[in-house]
Design a protein around this ligand. Structure first.
Ligand SMILES: NC(=O)c1ccc[n+]([C@@H]2O[C@H](COP(=O)([O-])OP(=O)(O)OC[C@H]3O[C@@H](n4cnc5c(N)ncnc54)[C@H](OP(=O)(O)O)[C@@H]3O)[C@@H](O)[C@H]2O)c1
Length: 296
C-alpha cells in the first residue's frame, strides 16, 4: 500500500490518491446506471479518491452526484468548465460562475475541490474577467483550488501566473516534454499537478495505425520510440512510468471497467520502475522527440 498512499495536492491542504479515475467513459450512454454505480463505489472502496470529470463527459457529473452524494467526504471532485452553459457566452467570467453553479447542482455538493479551465488558449487567460470569476468562487468557498487544464503556451502561462493552485496536462511515455519544464516549475510553486492520459491512450492496443482515433498520435510516437519494456506488460510500463514522475501529484486513467481500474491500482502498488529504466525511457523520448507537443 505504501506506493498507493495519498499524496499532498500541492499546497491545497488536502490529499489525492496517486491514481485518479477519468470519467469520460463513465459518462457514456452505453454504460448502464448499474455499471456506473458499481464503478464509482468500487473506485472509492479501492482508495481511488480523485475523480476527474467535465460537463463535456456526457452523464458523468450527474452520475457522480447520484451515486456518491452520500460519500462526498471520501472523494476529491475535479471538474472543468468555460463553455456549455445555455444562454451564456463561452469563455467569459459569467460562464465560469454559471458553470461552477451548474457543476455543484449536478454533483449534489456545496463545493468543488478542483475546477479547471478546460483547455482554453493563452489569450483567453489574459482576459482578467475569467480568472477573476474563478478567484471569486474560491473566495466564496465554492471551489477549493482553481486550476488550468491544457498544454503549451497557455499551460506555461498558467504555471507562471501565480493565479492558479493546480494544473492538469498530459504526462506519459509519449508526452514527456512537460517533465523537463512545466511539471517541476509547478511543483516548486506549490501547485497540485494532475497528469492526464497516463496510459498514452493505451495506443499499443492497435496493431495497425488507428487512423482518426484519439490514440493515433501516441501510436505513432510509441512506434518511433519502441520503448524498452524489460519484460513488463504495456500497462505496467506506462503507469509505473507516469505516476511516479517527480512533481506529479496524481495521474488519471480513463475506463468504465471496475476490473480494469482495480488492475491499474495493483500496478501502481508495485511502485516506480527501476531508476535506470526510468532514465532509459526519458532518454529514448528525447532522442525521438520531433517537436512532439503535448496532446490536449
Ligand atoms: N483536460 C482535458 O482536456 C483532458 C483531455 C484528455 C483526458 N483528460 C482526463 O484524463 C483521463 C484519462 O485520459 P484518457 O481516458 O483520454 O486516456 P488514457 O487513460 O490514457 O486511456 C484510456 C484508455 O485506456 C484503456 N485502459 C484503461 N486501463 C487499461 C489497461 N490496464 N490496459 C489497457 N487499456 C487500458 C481504456 O479502455 P477501456 O475504457 O475499454 O477500459 C481507455 O480506452 C480522462 O478520462 C479525463 O479525465 C482530460
Amino acid at each position: 500500500m505504501a506506493h498507493f498512499a495519498p499524496r499532498a495536492f500541492g499546497r491545497a491542504g488536502f490529499s489525492v490518491s496517486p491514481l485518479g479515475l477519468g470519467t469520460g467513459r463513465l459518462g457514456g450512454q452505453e454504460v448502464s446506471e448499474a455499471e456506473a454505480e458499481r464503478l464509482l463505489h468500487g473506485a472509492v472502496d479501492a482508495g481511488v479518491m480523485l475523480l476527474d470529470t467535465a460537463p463535456s463527459y456526457g452523464l458523468a457529473e450527474e452520475r457522480i452526484g447520484r451515486y456518491l452524494g452520500g460519500r462526498r467526504q471520501r472523494v476529491v471532485l475535479s471538474t472543468k468548465g468555460g463553455y456549455g452553459v445555455p444562454g451564456v457566452q463561452d469563455w467569459t467570467g459569467a460562464v465560469i460562475t454559471a458553470g461552477i453553479e451548474a457543476a455543484l447542482r449536478r454533483m449534489r455538493t456545496d463545493h468543488l475541490d478542483v475546477f479547471h479551465f478546460h483547455s482554453c488558449p493563452a489569450e483567453t487567460l489574459w482576459h482578467s474577467d475569467v480568472i477573476e470569476a474563478l478567484e471569486g468562487a474560491v473566495k466564496a468557498g465554492k471551489v477549493r483550488v482553481g486550476a488550468y487544464s491544457g498544454e503549451g503556451e497557455a499551460l506555461r502561462w498558467a504555471v507562471g501566473s501565480g493565479r492558479f493552485g493546480a494544473v492538469q496536462m498530459s504526462v506519459n511515455l509519449c508526452d514527456q516534454r512537460v517533465l523537463d519544464g512545466v511539471v517541476p516549475a509547478a511543483a516548486a510553486a506549490g501547485l497540485g499537478v494532475i497528469g492526464k492520459r497516463a496510459l498514452a491512450n493505451a495506443a499499443w492496443r492497435f496493431e495497425g495505425r488507428p487512423t482518426g482515433d484519439y490514440a493515433e498520435v501516441y501510436w505513432e510516437r510509441l512506434r518511433a520510440m519502441a520503448p524498452e519494456r524489460r519484460g513488463l506488460a504495456w500497462d505496467a510500463l506506462a503507469l509505473r512510468f507516469a505516476v511516479f514522475q517527480p512533481g506529479v501529484s496524481a495521474c488519471l486513467v480513463g475506463t468504465a471497467s471496475l476490473e480494469r481500474l482495480l488492475h491499474n491500482v495493483q500496478i501502481v502498488e508495485e511502485g516506480p520502475l527501476a531508476q535506470d529504466h526510468m532514465e532509459a525511457l526519458r532518454h529514448r523520448f528525447r532522442e525521438e522527440d520531433r517537436d512532439w507537443a503535448g496532446q490536449v
